[in-house]
Design a protein around this ligand. Structure first.
Ligand SMILES: *Cc1c(COP(=O)(O)O)cnc(C)c1O
Length: 358
């Protein structure tokens, strides 16, 4: 059994993907070009924003967002502690200070009440992560940010395709970022990511920064970086995007089956009016070591997202005195189960049986 069955997904779209890859190889236009523009236009349409900009990873997308906003030394950026390292890493990389805030226990997303307490005159942005594929209430965060003159960034690395009421993930915040890492809901065959925003000025600045700060060939207005999405990945992703909504429907069915039948654990709570894409189907278990032992015996893959909250990471040791109880509790009890649109019925049954017999 695979944790995420990427091989079955490739088999399903093989002819089309192979043909798109071979077109790029034949015309040898590997950087930029029409295919990238086409994919970016399709992304913008799918999400419902004016600008979608492909970039080299979810991490570089977040980095570019901060750079485009001019966030730097002496600035503070509020981030959750229960997330992947990239969310906070980029804040440190631009020289600003990550301010770690606790999460809510119902959806494991940034707690707006805790955020309110953490805002200071130095706060320039809030990065709200849509963890495991479900957004926080970004309308509430946006309202708070507008009142305080702070920028809201959605880290939608895990939530591409999710929605709240009729708005898609990556369409509510001032700037939103996603990742196309192979195991994400929409995955490339290598690294990739995208940035979304309605603001044309910001979009233009991001496009310049991700191409060495270049405004004309060999004229470098800003210190930039190479963070472009390569054309092969754009071509592959453009094929997968066509089938993405079908995959999401299957994911929703599989998640509902887990919800209904899993015993001896706490299933994910999806808030009213929110649709999750279940980047991870993660449950809470009381005695994780014991459950993992059962997974190992049954030869079923599992994962822990994430075993150490960021304020306890060695690279952020100056924040280790913080007590963020919910982040610490969830890190100790979370367990992610095999999940993808290509998870087989009999595989899911095996996992359900394992929980029934705990
Ligand atoms: C995966 C992920 C990222 C980073 O994306 P990459 O494409 O791997 O650089 C950032 N934030 C979160 C929450 C993620 O899950």
């Amino acid at each position: 059994m695979d944790f995420i069955n990427l091989k079955a997904q490739y088999s399903a779209y093989k002819n089309e993907i192979d043909s798109e890859i071979s077109k790029i190889l034949n015309n040898s236009s590997f950087i930029g070009g029409d295919k990238l523009k086409e994919f970016e236009a399709n992304l913008a349409k799918y999400v419902g924003v004016k600008n979608a900009i492909g970039c080299s990873s979810g991490t570089s997308a977040l980095y570019l967002a901060l750079r485009a906003l001019g966030i730097s030394y002496d600035d503070e950026v509020i981030v959750p502690s229960f997330t992947f390292i990239a969310t906070a890493e980029v804040v440190a990389l631009v020289g600003a200070k990550p301010v770690f805030v606790d999460i809510d226990l119902d959806d494991f997303n940034l707690s707006i009440e805790e955020v309110k307490k953490a805002i200071s005159p130095k706060t320039k942005a809030i990065i709200a992560v849509s963890i495991f594929g479900q957004m926080p209430d970004l309308f509430a965060f946006k309202k708070l940010c507008d009142e305080k003159n702070i920028t809201l960034i959605e880290d939608g690395a895990q939530s591409f395709g999710a929605s709240y009421k009729d708005k898609k993930s990556c369409s509510i915040a001032h700037i939103s970022c996603t990742s196309f890492f192979p195991s994400k809901p929409l995955g490339a065959y290598g690294d990739g990511g995208a940035i979304f925003c309605d603001d044309d000025f910001l979009a233009q600045k991001i496009k310049i920064l991700l191409n060495h700060g270049q405004t004309q060939k060999y004229n470098h207005e800003f210190i930039g970086i190479n963070a472009r999405l390569d054309t092969l990945q754009a071509a592959i992703l453009d094929v997968k995007l066509k089938y993405f909504d079908d995959e999401l429907k299957t994911r929703a069915k599989l998640a509902a089956n887990y919800d209904k039948n899993l015993k001896n654990c706490q299933i994910p709570k999806i808030k009213k009016d929110f649709i999750s894409v279940y980047a991870q189907y993660s449950v809470l278990v009381e005695d994780r070591a014991r459950v993992i032992e059962k997974f190992k015996q049954a030869n079923i893959p599992y994962a822990i997202h994430y075993p150490i909250p960021l304020h306890k990471q060695p690279c952020f040791k100056e924040f280790s005195h913080l007590e963020l109880k919910n982040s610490e509790f969830i890190s100790e009890h979370i367990l992610s189960l095999p999940f993808s649109a290509f998870l087989k019925e009999e595989e899911q049954e095996k996992i359900i049986n394992l929980f029934a017999n705990l």
